[in-house]
Design a protein around this ligand. Structure first.
Ligand code: SF4
Length: 68
């Protein structure tokens, strides 16, 4: 099963915790002060990093969508 990394920019508050957890998947735009999804469809090997980012995002702005 593959998955999609989803960010809700209305919720993102620019805390940048997600880049620490999954730097290959989540970036940061200084102008907008929001997360940028660098890799919308990460490799399965990155799932645990993305799950950590979802867990630790203080704004609950991130999610994983499983794709069957
Ligand atoms: S951790 Fe959450 S609030 Fe912070 S930049 Fe990432 S998505 Fe936005």
């Amino acid at each position: 099963m593959s998955f999609k990394a989803v960010a809700d920019l209305d919720l993102c508050q620019g805390h940048q915790m997600c880049q620490g957890e999954a730097p290959e998947v989540f970036g940061y735009d200084e102008e907008t002060d929001k997360v940028v999804v660098l890799e919308e469809f990460p490799d399965e090997s990155q799932r645990s990093d993305v799950e950590s980012a979802v867990t630790y995002c203080p704004a609950l702005a991130l999610a994983i969508q499983d794709i069957t």
